[in-house]
Design a protein around this ligand. Structure first.
Ligand code: G3D
Length: 188
């Protein structure tokens, strides 16, 4: 049984839903990761972008994934911010071969974490240092430093190297996120 099945089964038993946000700059690999995660029965469906701003979604019985680009769409910020309120987990996708835009990724991360619907909630944050297969990708440690992740001592976060084309690293990350969401629901 895959990690998503485990998470879905647990939430069905608890009669709860888990909303997971998948965010990051454009071209970081969000759609490719979503495609990897999709159950076979929905994998063939085209992802339908919401008109006006680019949100990709797929849903299983008790899991809902919403993904959007955080870059270049400042004017749509207020539209996608309403997804913050109901999310239980955040996946932040980094293009580890794009060192120049790490500063933008850092700004957007800070913006996200200071939002009123996020800042005081212990939502687990999973980073994929994606495109690790590319020659000019930077290391996981360098991603941590460039994003200043060490400052987030009070929030559960984890970073995994990934190659979304092959799926390498994705299950490891989602397993961590699953455990965190289940643990925090057990506390509530
Ligand atoms: P986005 O949804 O975040 O905008 P996409 O990003 O998932 O559309 O990916 C952008 C491009 O990066 C795609 O290439 C995709 O195949 C590629 N990509 C995604 N993940 C990886 C990875 O881990 N390694 C490598 N080498 N490429 C990756 P195209 O050519 O379709 O634009």
């Amino acid at each position: 049984m895959g990690v998503l099945d485990t998470l879905a089964r647990w939430f069905r038993i608890k009669k709860k839903e888990a909303n997971i946000l998948v965010v990051g700059l454009d071209n970081s690999g969000k759609s490719t990761i979503l495609n990897y995660l999709k159950p076979a029965e929905v994998r063939s469906q085209d992802i339908v972008p919401t008109v006006g701003f680019n949100v990709e979604q797929f849903q299983t019985k008790s899991l809902s994934f919403s993904a959007f680009d955080m870059s270049g769409q400042g004017r749509y910020r207020s539209l996608w911010e309403h997804y913050y309120k109901d999310c239980q987990g955040i996946v932040y996708v980094l293009d580890s071969s794009d060192q120049i835009r790490m500063v933008v990724a850092k700004d957007e991360l800070e913006h996200l974490l200071s939002h009123q619907h996020i800042k005081d909630r212990n939502i687990p944050l999973l980073f994929f240092a994606n495109k690790m297969d590319l020659r000019d990708s930077i290391s996981r440690v360098k991603c941590i430093n460039l994003l200043g992740l060490d400052q987030y001592q009070n929030r559960p976060w984890h970073i995994c190297c990934s190659n979304a084309l092959t799926g390498e690293g994705i299950n490891e990350g989602i397993t961590w996120l699953t455990e965190q969401i289940i643990a925090s629901n057990n506390k509530n």
